[in-house]
Design a protein around this ligand. Sequence first.
Ligand code: 5GP
Ligand code: ZN
Length: 112
Amino acid sequence: MSEDCIFCKIVKGDIPSKKVYEDEELIAFHDIRPIAPVHFMIVPKEHVAGLNDCRPEHRDLLGRILLLAPKLAAEQGLKGFRTMINTGREGGQEVFHLHVHVFGGGSTLPKT
Ligand code: 5GP
Ligand code: ZN
């Protein structure tokens, strides 16, 4: 738990979110500013600032997040989806609590 972290507050329930999944380790909720018709994030409950702060002990956690993505995407009606992990300010990260974006639906996503 990090005092000023918005995602820690969501994990604690202090800030409301549109939840799509929760277990003892992970939570997933819709992005407040979606960039696609379906756009949610998978977030570990443990406060890890980002991918730069992940260590070998986070291997299972990272694996669980990626394995959960297709399951939740299918539940949200997506036949295909895109994942994104922004890392560091120069990588476009705004919230410094690790999260994997999952989004898709509607028109074709631009090629990257
Ligand atoms: P980042 O740029 O760090 O990868 O993504 C952070 C994401 O969190 C942004 O897409 C932003 O819209 C989303 N976000 C920021 N604050 C909140 C919030 O209070 N609730 C929800 N559901 N999403 C948020
Ligand atoms: Zn946090």
